[in-house]
Write a protein that binds this ligand. Structure first.
Ligand SMILES: Cc1cc2nc3c(=O)[nH]c(=O)nc-3n(C[C@H](O)[C@H](O)[C@H](O)COP(=O)(O)O)c2cc1C
Length: 392
């Protein structure tokens, strides 16, 4: 399997599956080392304060089993820092290694997966994994295609947060739509004030109640539903992103589109731009007399021009599809018997991925920004460009 590393200067590598540790239980090793997730973050500068608690706080947002809206899987997602941090909880500049053991690897669940191991779960990644890995494909809980993998990214995102926080760069994710129910317009300030005030993390508290009631109805019907997550990055300096293939927009899109179940992405006014005239779509720059800096009257572009940050908020929206695993019978194919079959209802599932996916989005955006920041700073350090441009 290739492609387990993201980033160019700030490089995140993850490994680990969903339940594979369940097959190593007989070994004479501590329980925590049967299996789980490992994250290695390369390119962390020295002298960054980083504790397991800081990482745990991020992981706790994503962990399953926190409310009726997510999977009953019992993962505590406890993180252990393995390397790269020394006295005073300061990074040394060495790769930061983190381990998150999987503890919910009970035989009973593995046997459940075994019972439909050759049957393709519609909407999940089994068919394509069979095509790529044949009989070696990991059939327990979707392996690397499992949402479990995203815990490793959230741990890396916490390292990125430790770098961005002291620079005043803030990334916040929240839910704006669920199963067609839309929140009202949400500002950064509103998202901050109402952050995680409900299980769905929708800052429109009234609409959130409606959304949650609706999700519980969908759950009762044995079904699942999707929605929209918005992410805002504030405080990103102008100039991040490389003009051609490594635009900041492209790097962020790469990070976000690599998260399972994300089906669409928009920056700023996104697809609405297709319906605007140039005079409507253009954000007008002006000189802010109080700071002497250039700002923009509107932010329809979503904080980037030419794929390079312009100093305004970076605004992104992603479409999250309904959880593929449902509790209703579905037509599918048995890959071993090579015949059409009906997959029986599956009970352990998230009725919606929204409450668990926004922390993963925050993590990927933070990682992309740190990576772009290092690229821009590295380039700038060697470029003979007047400070005048920084001041504007
Ligand atoms: C945090 C997170 C949790 C997920 N949990 C589940 C789950 O419990 N059941 C499920 O069927 N899919 C779950 N998924 C979605 C699948 O991983 C995803 O749909 C699958 O890999 C197929 O990829 P695609 O939807 O991008 O085509 C989860 C995804 C994320 C990001």
């Amino acid at each position: 399997m290739m492609g387990n590393t993201f980033g160019r200067m700030f490089r995140v590598t993850t490994c680990g599956e969903s339940y594979a540790g369940g097959f190593r239980k007989h070994l004479n090793i501590p329980k925590e080392l049967y299996g789980g997730l490992i994250t290695i973050v390369d390119g962390v500068p020295p002298g960054i304060k980083l504790t397991a608690d800081m990482i745990q706080q991020e992981l706790d947002k994503r962990k399953p089993g926190q409310s009726e809206l997510d999977s009953p899987r019992k993962e505590i997602d406890r993180v252990y820092i393995f390397s790269g941090v020394m006295e005073g909880d300061l990074t040394t500049g060495a790769p930061v290694g983190m381990v998150i053991p999987n503890v919910d690897i009970e035989d009973i669940h593995i046997e459940q997966y075994r019972s439909y191991k050759d049957i393709v779960r519609p909407g999940h990644a089994e068919y394509t994994f069979f095509k790529k890995y044949g009989e070696y494909a990991d059939w327990v809980g979707a392996g690397r295609a499992s949402g479990r993998e995203t815990a490793a990214r959230v741990a890396a995102g916490a390292v990125a947060k430790a770098i961005l926080d002291p620079l005043g760069i803030d990334v916040i994710g929240f839910v704006t739509e669920s199963n067609g129910i839309k929140a009202g317009p949400i500002t950064y300030e509103m998202a901050k004030a109402n952050y995680r005030k409900n299980e769905l993390n929708c800052p429109d508290l009234e609409k959130a109640r409606e959304m949650i009631e609706d999700i519980l109805k969908v759950k009762e019907e044995g079904d699942t539903c999707g929605g929209v997550v918005e992410i805002i990055a504030r405080g990103v300096p102008a100039g991040l992103g490389e003009p051609v293939f490594d635009k900041l927009s492209a790097t962020i899109a790469h990070g976000l589109m690599s998260i399972g179940a994300i089906k669409g992405l928009e920056f700023g006014d996104g697809f609405e731009h297709a319906r605007m005239r140039g005079s409507e779509s253009n954000d007008r720059p002006y000189l802010d007399e109080s700071t002497g800096r250039v700002r923009f009257r509107t932010n329809k572009a979503g904080g980037m021009l030419g794929g390079i940050s312009n100093g305004e908020d970076i605004r992104i929206r992603v479409a999250v599809k309904a959880t593929p695993t449902v509790s209703v019978p579905q037509e599918t194919v048995d890959m071993e018997k090579i015949e059409n079959v009906v997959l029986e209802p599956i009970t352990r599932r998230d009725p919606t991925l929204l409450p668990r996916i926004y922390p993963v989005c925050e993590a990927m955006v933070r990682i992309a920004i740190v990576d772009a920041l290092f690229m821009a700073k590295g380039y700038r350090a060697l470029a003979n460009i007047s400070d005048k441009w920084d001041r504007l």
